[in-house]
Ligand binder design. Structure first.
Ligand SMILES: [Fe+2]
Length: 180
C-alpha cells in the first residue's frame, strides 16, 4: 500500500484511509489493483520477456480498459527498471529533474517499489508517495513532480497514455525544492 511523506515536516501517513484522504485532497488519483491475480512467475520478476509483458497486460485487461474508458487513455505498455537495465544510473539521473506534462502521468505498480515526489497545493510543499505492487497513481497534468526508485532499485509498472507525445517532460526549475 502507498505511504506518504511530507518533506517539509517529515510527517508520514501510513494508514490507508489517511493516504486516500491526503491524495484526494491533492487531486492525485489513487486506486488499487488486486496484484494476487498475477501468476507467481510474473511476480517480482524484473527481467520480463515481451511475451511475459503481454501476459501482465492481459491479466489486468479489465482494469486497464476500465481506466481507459473513464480517463481517455489510448495506449499502454509495461516499463521495467532494475540493475539489468542498461545505463540505469544515467536514466535515474534524468528522471530526477522536476518536470510537468500536458497530460496526467498514471502508473500501476506491478512489482518492486518506486516513489513519486509531487509538488503539493499551497504551502504544503513537496510530498513523497512511496508505491508498492497494486498501487495505481496518477499525477495530475501540469503538476511538478519526478519519479525515482527506492533502495531495491527495481520496478515493473503499467503506463497508460492519452497521446503518444503527452508525456514529454517540461523542466520545472523550482528553487523551493529541497533534496532529501
Ligand atoms: Fe513525469
Amino acid at each position: 500500500m502507498a505511504e506518504i511523506v511530507i518533506r517539509n515536516t517529515n510527517e508520514r501517513i501510513s494508514d490507508e484511509a489517511g493516504v486516500q484522504e491526503f491524495l484526494a485532497k491533492q487531486e492525485v488519483l489513487y486506486e488499487k489493483w488486486d496484484i494476487s491475480k498475477l501468476p507467481d512467475e510474473l511476480k517480482e520478476n524484473f527481467t520480463l520477456s515481451d511475451e511475459q509483458k503481454a501476459r501482465i497486460l492481459s491479466t489486468f485487461d479489465s482494469e486497464i480498459k476500465d481506466l481507459a474508458a473513464r480517463r481517455g487513455y489510448k495506449i499502454w505498455d509495461i516499463i521495467t527498471l532494475s540493475e539489468a537495465t542498461p545505463n540505469l544510473e544515467e536514466l535515474l539521473a534524468k528522471f530526477e529533474n522536476i518536470h510537468t506534462h500536458t497530460e496526467d502521468e498514471i502508473r500501476a505498480i506491478v512489482g518492486g517499489k518506486g516513489i513519486f515526489i509531487i509538488k503539493g497545493a499551497d504551502d504544503l510543499g513537496y510530498f513523497n508517495v512511496e508505491l508498492s505492487p497494486g498501487d495505481v497513481i496518477s499525477v495530475p497534468e501540469n503538476t511538478p513532480h519526478f519519479f525515482t526508485l527506492m533502495e531495491n532499485q527495481k520496478i515493473v509498472a503499467v503506463r497508460l497514455f492519452i497521446e503518444e507525445n503527452g508525456w514529454v517532460a517540461h523542466n520545472y526549475d523550482d528553487p523551493t525544492f529541497v533534496k532529501a
